[in-house]
Write a protein that binds this ligand. Structure first.
Ligand SMILES: Cc1ncc(COP(=O)(O)O)c(C=O)c1O
Length: 397
């Protein structure tokens, strides 16, 4: 394989997808509880997104951002309407959206607050991307290993620790960036009182509150954005993953007033917001804001939560079950990775989040009976894991 071995790849070749299902080249069918890592929220090959992209492919694929792009303006307008944040910058991934947010925070820190060394504060166990700035922002040592020297101007504080905030935010802090549910870090939700305190401190000290909604956004948690459920008003949010339902598009959204720090020449992305990905994003936004999909997500979420608790919580290996919407983590008392091939052989794809957490990210279109089917497989898989591991031969898995 002429690929850098950066991924520990599974040895199946997925070649077709529809809704919550995937097929490999051997004709095996899998229920997809990964959504391509939180991307294909509307399911694979969603007909509305497909039609919009097909139509756009016949019109125009790409023009430079040196010209006006009507679809981009429409998507930005829609995002402003549904988020309450006034301006969008489009890019191609979550890391790039967070890079844009970090750059904006530094400009804001210098130009608005007169800081000489503007700093962005993040939290332990967070994940913000793999570019040099975003891996430095990420609160996990393993993503930084071997990549020093790292950029300056980042510091991480303990997550959900109110007391640590007061001292941790300094005169040089320009922005705080956080996930409202830490995804890669183990599906860990922020405590409401921690968020309230954080928002209060940010307001008092004119620190930008930047919410990374790359994984939680676009319906994943049962609302269009997790910040709306948390009842906070961020200055900046970042999106990617579900925004294009599989086409690469990211966005940084910011409130009125911040646009002065991002004038012409300050930031750019050649492909950012090209007409094809904007057609996809427009169709995704239409689907999420004009249908009852989000209320169906809340219903499926409730059913999934009940099933997970009823069927899994009493297992000796299960430590905790947590999540929101269709983003769930099942924390085990042992490594979760050996469970994945067991589930895969039974026809379910899932991922892990941190060493001991099984992470479930089913598409938002997952039907109730599919959720039941998925949890049944997980229950059987856990039983098998317990038998094999307790029988002393992990290598047989
Ligand atoms: C919360 C969060 N932020 C940022 C990223 C990085 O996104 P990308 O891989 O598109 O660069 C991810 C990816 O998993 C994420 O979960």
């Amino acid at each position: 394989m002429a690929l850098f071995p950066t991924y520990a790849r599974n040895d199946i070749k997925l070649i077709r997808g529809e809704g919550a299902w995937l097929w490999d080249d051997q004709g095996n069918r899998y229920l997809d509880f990964t959504s391509g890592l939180g991307v294909c929220n509307l399911g694979h090959t969603h007909p509305g997104v497909k039609a919009a992209v097909h139509e756009q492919l016949d019109q125009l694929w790409h023009v430079s951002n040196l010209y006006r792009i009507p679809l981009q303006e429409q998507v930005a307008g829609k995002l402003a309407e549904v988020s309450g944040l006034d301006f969008s910058f489009f890019c191609n991934s979550g890391a790039e959206a967070n890079e844009a947010a970090i750059k904006l925070a530094r400009r804001y820190g210098r130009e608005q607050k007169g800081l000489h060394r503007p700093e962005v504060v993040t939290f332990y166990s967070s994940f913000h991307g793999r570019s040099l700035a975003t891996l430095t922002a990420t609160g996990q040592a393993k993503v930084k290993e071997g990549f020093a020297p790292l950029p300056e101007g980042f510091r991480s504080l303990p997550y959900n620790d109110r007391d640590a905030l007061k001292e941790g935010l300094t005169e040089q802090t320009a922005a705080v960036m956080l996930e409202l549910i830490q995804g890669e870090g183990g599906v860990r939700p922020a405590d409401p009182d921690f968020l309230q305190e954080l928002e209060r401190l940010c307001r008092d000290r004119e620190i930008l509150l930047m919410v990374d909604e790359v994984q939680t956004g676009m319906g994943r948690t049962g609302d269009l954005f997790a910040f709306r459920q948390a009842g906070i008003s961020p200055d900046v949010i970042t999106l990617a993953k579900g925004l294009g339902n599989g086409l690469p598009v990211g966005a940084m959204l910011g409130r009125k007033g911040l646009e002065v720090h991002f004038g012409p020449g300050s930031h750019a992305s050649t492909f950012g917001g090209n007409p094809v990905v904007m057609a996809a994003a427009k169709a995704v936004l239409e689907e999420l804001s004009t249908t009852d999909l989000l209320s169906r997500v809340r219903h499926t979420s409730h059913r999934l939560q009940t099933l997970l608790h009823d069927k899994l919580a009493s297992h000796p290996t299960v430590v905790e079950i947590r999540g929101q919407g269709l983003m769930w983590g099942v924390e085990l008392n042992r490594p979760a990775a050996p469970l994945l091939p067991i589930l895969q052989r039974k026809g379910l794809l899932a991922v892990i989040a941190g060493p001991q957490v099984l992470r479930l990210l089913p598409p938002l279109v997952t039907k109730e009976e599919e959720a039941v089917h998925g949890v049944r497989i997980i229950e059987e898989g856990l039983q098998q894991l317990e038998e094999v591991v307790d029988g002393g031969s992990v290598s047989r898995i």
